[in-house]
Design a protein around this ligand. Sequence first.
Ligand code: PGA
Length: 249
Amino acid sequence: MPRPLIAGNWKLNMLRSGATELATALRKGLEGESKADVVVCPPFIAIPAVVEALRGSAIGVGGQDLYWQDSGAFTGEVSAPMLADAGCRWVIVGHSERRQYFGETDETVAKKLRAAQKAGLTPIVCVGERLEEREKGVTKDVVGRQVDGALGGLSKDELKKLAVAYEPVWAIGTGKVATPEQAQEVHAFIRWRLAGLSDEATAREVRLLYGGSVTPENVRGLMEKPDVNGALVGGASLKAESFLKIVRG
Ligand code: PGA
């Protein structure tokens, strides 16, 4: 079983002062041994303050997105080497909000995750179906296409150096968490798909996170499922108390 990974996605929240305060509280709360790897993903501009607040702690820092070119005339973008240079070791790629509002596609996700790995960052690649897709019974078609589109062509070594987050769009920020059984069903499917792209041993090593309305109350049931290796947490990661409870399971 891979070591659990709990990542907080702060989205478009928090000024530097609040970000520093939250990071400091997490650091204090997680002193000593933790059962999981813990990562926080602040807005780009708060990354240096959070990296500073967490220096020397085991909590990792990640970006919420990146651009696939290292540098050049791409106004407004942030590259993988810039994130690494700022102290990040992680980056979220292909979040459904990026797909929905900012034109992210499986092709751009594939380019971004390769750029992230080239710079030594570990990508957390997000996939997940929309409500109408679940209702039409095409969840696995959608998720399978996203997995193949993003990860197809990666070597076994490259597959081992990323995490996949299954985030059903209907569960994000809605309070409607997937049941542990619903999550397990799709996670098992993703792992099977990963095995098809590599082999079973490789697929077993890839951490599969669940995301979408994760709270201290529902995290344990989800994490008990064999193919759920962690969580990507939005709203409940904005308060130290609730995020710490989630990390502690
Ligand atoms: P949520 O967001 O926990 O607020 O539902 C999860 C995510 O979007 O990563």
